[in-house]
Design a protein around this ligand. Sequence first.
Ligand code: PMP
Length: 431
Amino acid sequence: MSAAPSTTSRSAEIYARATKLLPGGVNSPVRAMRSIGRDPIFIASGSGPVITDVDGNDYIDYVCSWGPLILGHAHPAVINAITEAAHRGTTFGAPTEAEVTLAAEVGQRVPSVQMLRMTSSGTEATMSAIRLARAVTGREKILKFAGAYHGHVDGLLAEAGSGLATQGLPASPGVPKTAAAATTIVPWNDPDALHKTDTGDLAAILVEPVPANMGVVPPEPGFLELLRTRADEIGVLLIFDEVITGFRVARGGAQEHYGVTPDLTIMGKIVGGGLPAAAYGGRRDLMERIAPAGDVYQAGTLSGNPLAVAAALATLSHLNDAAYERLTATTEQLATGLRAAAKGADRAVQVQSLPGLLTVFFSEQPVTNYGDAANCDTEAYGAWCRALLARGVYPPPSQFEAWFPSLAHTSGDVQRTIEAAADAFAEVGPA
Ligand code: PMP
């Protein structure tokens, strides 16, 4: 395992070209690695748990494309399924049987998803689920939690003003004030704030059941149950965004893990098997409002794409009980080892994890909400990530993202990761 690219590397050459052609040199911001204070690494290939950059450096990969690759890179069954599907034609814009098979497979794993509609990205699935919630309730506002991410839907790129629960303000130039104002933002894990929220004109409570976009911040006991109860009391839909947690923290996602059932579920990542696909689904009476069964319009040229559906079916076919036991054990080994490595270097961190998900927060206190996450030592996290990359481990290049251990990571890979982490903690020093 070798060093991070120098300025004369091929990665650096490509990056110099890229910055003139792609904003920031990348097609999605986090890849630029700015928040850990370095330039991006251009990847040439991946196999199992390892990615190789254009300079020939190998890294044990804990990003795994931000979640879809629960079987690791270029899994033979997935590659075969995609190849076979491609030979039959890459897209028809007409229905195929495999889409029906996939909907049945998802419903079997996630029983609340009685019907689903596929889209090409999680953002699109969120946007469509919100439209449906507005249509069935006749109301417009959406409640979301501070620090949660549901894709770059205009109205959800909203941030809280001051106060416990507030009308959103645009979190990016270009987001209309009126779009952000239709979002109410409440602190995560705060029952009091939830009860005090004005629920007039509210259509839905939208929630990542395990927020993973401020780092992994699990719900406190009873909080998801409270959301279910509150949604019923005020007559709004409960929408779980399981783009990250779906088919990962358990066979049936976070709703199975916590035993709380939403009205609608947003899925992505694993449900596309590493190709661009996502979905939303839920109660039949709600989903039957979607066109052409019903009157709520939503469509997509590549929705239910045959290659993505083939990849998804191949991926799901490997996700049995034994796989989840293994993923749980792998995550546990990683979490325990990272805690010990930090302790060995007198560095205070909080390793928060669920099966297949983990964040190392550079914080002396447990992280229970966005405020806690925002207080982490992001400089030290960045230095630690740079030290990991130099030792052949590729962590999420942001304090506010999750690690995605996969079924391809062996106990030996995890052990090597922990050793690299210990050296990296020693380099960063105590705190
Ligand atoms: N919801 C969650 C919970 C996500 O983590 C993401 C993306 N990471 C999205 C929605 C948006 O998905 P996409 O990037 O496919 O648009």
